[in-house]
Design a protein around this ligand. Structure first.
Ligand SMILES: Nc1ncnc2c1ncn2[C@@H]1O[C@H](COP(=O)(O)OP(=O)(O)OP(=O)(O)O)[C@@H](O)[C@H]1O
Length: 277
């Protein structure tokens, strides 16, 4: 079966103050359909650059010098610009990690979600009435286990807890029914118990909606809780990859062993707590 995403020999360079530095040095990774895959590495290893390259969010001083990125069998790097833009925020969607900078404090949750949906619909050439959009917003808020979705929709971000705001960001990513979700360490800003609940929710949603997930994190503890497969990145290269259980049982690289040794305890227990809305 075709994978949801296949990144092949990806090279990315940055130009700063006239100097060019290669930060991705031939990255290869595959997200099979329906799989939960993590990309892990310490700060500066190139995880965010990989994610930004996939999502077409690289800054102007970055150049993709080589490689291919196959999404559902199409190369994202050679497809027409219009088709690429149509995919972003629709078939492939991103869960951001920082609710405070991703949500606008002066608009209600409903306004923000409706606007995002309107633009996603427009890109897809889909015609949906305002009432239809509101119905979809309520549906998605329910999917992320909001107990009173109408009340939440009418709220401003500041009226919600950190965990609820993070769930809004997940709802935002789900609005346009993506096939691939890319999550940038959701819940990092939250306490460990709430983060564990968010990760569990994400994992449940991915399997309920038959999505493929690429999770970016520096924490192998998060990987163990959320992913079946893991890619370990160091200095712009994938240095090790494999099934999560095999990698934990028998890490091949010292770098991976160090990351495993640095795993903080998520909950102080072995099992994740159930999500309680
Ligand atoms: N806009 C930029 N201009 C120049 N260099 C950059 C830029 N963004 C990232 N880099 C460089 O690319 C390399 C990889 O950075 P990246 O942000 O991908 O790391 P990361 O693994 O995501 O780290 P973190 O977990 O801290 O986000 C770093 O050496 C960084 O300095």
């Amino acid at each position: 079966m075709q994978p949801a995403l296949h990144v092949e020999n990806l090279h990315v360079s940055f130009k700063t103050y006239g100097r060019t530095t290669e930060v991705l040095k031939g990255v290869n990774l595959t997200v099979p359909k329906g799989a939960q895959v993590s990309l892990v590495g310490e700060s500066g290893s190139g995880k965010s650059v990989t994610m930004k390259t996939i999502m077409d969010l690289l800054p102007g001083n970055a150049t993709i010098t080589d490689g291919a990125m196959m999404f559902d069998g199409q190369n994202l790097l050679t497809m027409p610009r219009r088709d690429r833009l149509r995919l972003r925020g629709t078939a492939m969607s991103m869960v951001f990690q920082d609710p405070m900078s991703s949500l606008n404090p002066v608009f209600t949750i409903k306004d923000q979600l409706m606007t995002i949906l309107k633009y996603a619909d427009r890109r897809l050439g889909r015609d949906r009435s305002k009432a239809g959009r509101y119905a979809r917003v309520i549906e998605v808020l329910t999917q992320v286990r909001m107990r009173e979705p109408e009340r939440v929709a009418a709220s401003y971000p500041v009226m919600l807890s950190g965990g609820m705001r993070q769930r809004i960001l997940i709802a935002m990513a789900l609005l346009s029914e993506p096939r691939l979700l890319i999550a940038d360490e959701p819940g990092t800003a939250l306490d460990v118990t709430t983060q564990a609940q968010i990760l569990k929710l994400l994992k449940d949603l991915v399997s309920e909606h038959h999505l493929s997930l690429l999770m970016i994190t520096h924490n192998l503890g998060v990987v163990r809780e959320t992913s079946e497969y893991v890619y370990v990145m160091n200095k712009g290269e994938i240095v090790e990859h494999g099934a999560t259980s095999a990698l934990f049982a028998n890490p091949q690289q010292q770098y991976t062993r160090d990351l495993i040794a640095a795993v903080p305890k998520l909950t102080g227990r072995d099992k994740m707590p159930e999500v309680r809305p």
